[in-house]
Design a protein around this ligand. Structure first.
Ligand code: SAM
Ligand code: SF4
Length: 473
C-alpha cells in the first residue's frame, strides 16, 4: 500500500491520495453537456435544419468531424465505435455515402463560413487508401471553405502499426497539420494481451517523418489499467514516450465495461491490474510527465508548455468538445459519418450508429440524423459553467452573470451548498466572486462538475452512474 497522503506536486497538479480515495467515483467525461444519454429520437432532420439556419445567421466559423469506422484488426480493450474488417473493399461503398452526406450538408451551410478546425476520427482513419483519402478531402473542399494557409487546426487519428510512413506525406499534402497516434503501451506482453501492436521503431519513423513534413503538433494516446501492466512496465513505456517527445499526451484510464463493449470479454480479467496498482501507475505517470516538462491540462491530458493547448489554457480560451480539449472556440461543429455527433447552434445531432441505417438514410436522400437534443437556457448556462471549470479550473461569477443575466449565487444556491463537503476537503474554494479548483482537486474535476449537472439526481451524485460512465481515475 502507498501512503494515504502522497503528494506529487507542481504548479499544475497536486496528487492527494486521501482525496482520490474519497472522491474517485464514476462520472461523465463531459465532452458534451448534456451528455449523450440525454439525446432522444424526437429530435430529427427538421430540428437539425432549423439549427443550421440559425447558425448561418450567426455566421460562426466551422469545425468539421469525419468518422471512418473501419479497423483491420480488433484491439480487445476498445470502446470506440468501429467495424472490424480485413476486407478493405468495404470502405468504398461507405465513402460514397459519406461524400453524398458532405454534399447534402454542404448545401445547407453558408459556403463562406471558414473551416477553422477539421478532424478525422475512428475507427482508424488511416484504414482507407491514400487515393480514398484524397477523394474524401476533395469532396470536403468542394462543399466547404477549407483554409489553405495552414492556419486551421486539421488533425487525424493514426494507428502506427497499420500504416505506411509514406502516408504521412499524403496527409500533409491534404492539409493535415496535427497527428494523434494511438500507442497505448509498448510492452510486448501487454500488446499480446490486447492484440494491438506497434513498435517504438515504427513510431519513431512516423514521428521523424511528421516533423520533417512540418506537422505542427504530435499527440499520443496511452492507456493504463490494461492486462499485465504494472507501474514498472508502464514506467518503461513512458520512458520511450518521453524520448519520442510528443507535444501532447492523452493518458486514458482503461474503461472496462464488457456489458457495453463485447470485445472486452476477450481480455483476461484476472490479468487486469488491481485498483491499487492502477493508482500507482497514475501517480508515477503524473510525476514522470511533470518532471519531463509537461503541463497538466485537465482530465487525461498533458501538453508541452509551448503547445497551443497549454497556451490556450493560459490565455483563457481553451475549449472542450467531443475530441477532448481544443484550442478553437466559437465554432459550430458539423459531423459526418456513422455515429458522429454535430453541435450546431443550441442543438446536438447524432447520426445513425449502425452502418446499414446510416447508408439507408443517405440512399433515401435524407440527412442520416437518428437522435439529438435541443438545449434549453438552463442547459446552456450549465454547459458554460462546466466548460469553465473543466478547461480553466476556475469560474468568475460576474462573467456568468453578465453572459446569462442571472445572479450566480442565487441561481446555484443549492449547488454551492452541495459543494461544501468538497470545500471542507480542500478540492475547491468558493469565494465571494469565484470558484477555484485547488491543485489537488484538478484530478477530480469530473466530480466537481457533476454538482452542476442537472441530469444527475442529487441523491445519485455521491454514488454516480456506474453502469454508463467509467471511473474517474
Ligand atoms: C478511436 S481510438 C484511436 C484511433 C485509432 N483507432 C487507434 O486505435 O489508434 C481513440 C483512443 O481511445 C482510447 N481508448 C479506446 N478504448 C478505450 C477504453 N476502453 N478505455 C480507455 N481508453 C480507450 C485509446 O487510447 C485510443 O487511442
Ligand atoms: S483502438 Fe482503434 S484500432 Fe483498435 S479496435 Fe479500437 S478503433 Fe480500432
Amino acid at each position: 500500500m502507498t501512503s494515504s497522503h502522497s503528494s506529487v506536486g507542481s504548479s499544475s497538479l497536486v496528487w492527494d491520495r486521501r482525496l482520490i480515495d474519497r472522491y474517485d467515483l464514476s462520472g461523465p467525461r463531459y465532452t458534451s453537456y448534456p451528455t449523450a444519454p440525454q439525446f432522444h429520437e424526437e429530435f430529427g432532420e427538421a430540428e437539425l435544419c432549423r439549427a443550421i439556419e440559425r447558425s448561418n445567421a450567426a455566421g460562426r466559423p466551422l469545425s468539421l468531424y469525419f468518422h471512418i469506422p473501419f479497423c483491420s484488426t480488433v484491439c480487445y480493450y476498445c470502446a470506440c465505435n468501429k467495424i472490424i474488417t480485413a476486407n478493405r473493399k468495404r470502405a468504398m461503398p461507405y465513402l460514397e455515402r459519406l461524400v453524398e452526406e458532405i454534399a447534402m450538408q454542404g448545401k445547407l451551410f453558408d459556403q463562406s463560413r471558414p473551416v477553422h478546425q477539421l478532424h478525422w476520427g475512428g475507427g482508424t482513419p488511416t484504414y482507407i487508401s491514400d487515393d480514398e483519402k484524397r477523394l474524401l478531402m476533395a469532396a470536403t473542399r468542394e462543399n466547404f471553405n477549407l483554409l489553405d494557409d495552414d492556419t486551421g487546426e486539421y488533425s487525424i487519428e493514426i494507428h502506427p502499426g497499420d500504416m505506411d510512413v509514406s502516408t504521412i506525406s499524403c496527409l500533409r499534402e491534404l492539409g493535415f497539420n496535427r497527428l494523434s497516434m494511438g500507442i497505448q503501451d509498448f510492452d510486448p506482453i501487454v500488446q499480446q494481451a490486447v492484440n494491438r501492436f506497434n513498435s517504438v521503431e515504427d513510431v519513431r519513423a512516423l514521428v521523424d517523418t511528421a516533423r520533417v513534413e512540418g506537422f505542427h503538433s504530435i499527440s499520443m494516446d496511452l492507456i493504463y489499467g490494461l492486462p499485465h501492466q504494472s507501474w514498472q512496465t508502464f514506467t518503461s513505456t513512458l520512458d520511450s514516450i518521453i524520448d519520442l517527445n510528443p507535444d501532447r499526451l492523452s493518458v486514458f484510464n482503461y474503461a472496462h465495461m464488457p456489458h457495453l463493449f463485447k470485445v472486452q470479454k476477450q481480455l483476461d480479467e484476472l490479468a487486469l491490474p488491481s485498483a491499487e496498482e492502477k493508482l500507482l501507475m497514475m501517480e508515477r505517470m503524473t510525476e514522470k510527465l511533470l518532471d519531463a516538462g509537461y503541463v497538466y491540462i485537465g482530465m487525461d491530458h498533458f501538453a508541452k508548455p509551448d503547445d497551443e493547448l497549454a497556451v490556450a489554457q493560459k490565455s483563457g480560451v481553451l475549449q472542450r468538445n467531443f475530441q477532448g480539449y481544443s484550442t478553437h472556440g466559437g465554432c459550430d461543429l458539423v459531423a459526418f459519418g456513422v455515429s458522429s455527433i454535430s453541435a450546431i447552434d443550441n442543438v446536438f445531432a447524432q447520426n445513425h450508429k449502425q452502418i446499414d441505417d446510416y447508408q439507408g438514410a443517405v440512399n433515401a436522400g435524407n440527412l442520416p440524423v437518428a437522435r439529438g437534443f435541443e438545449l434549453s437556457d438552463d442547459d446552456l448556462l450549465r454547459q458554460e459553467v462546466i466548460k469553465q471549470l473543466i478547461c480553466h479550473f476556475e469560474l468568475n461569477f460576474a462573467d456568468i452573470d453578465a453572459q446569462f443575466s442571472i445572479c450566480f449565487k442565487e441561481y446555484f444556491a443549492e449547488e454551492l451548498e452541495q459543494l461544501q463537503p468538497m470545500v471542507e476537503d480542500g478540492l475547491v474554494a468558493v469565494g465571494e466572486d469565484q470558484i477555484r479548483v485547488s491543485l489537488a482537486g484538478r484530478l477530480l474535476i469530473r466530480r466537481i462538475c457533476m454538482t452542476f449537472d442537472a441530469y444527475i439526481k442529487p441523491s445519485l451524485k455521491n454514488k454516480s452512474a456506474e453502469i454508463r460512465y467509467s471511473k474517474i481515475i
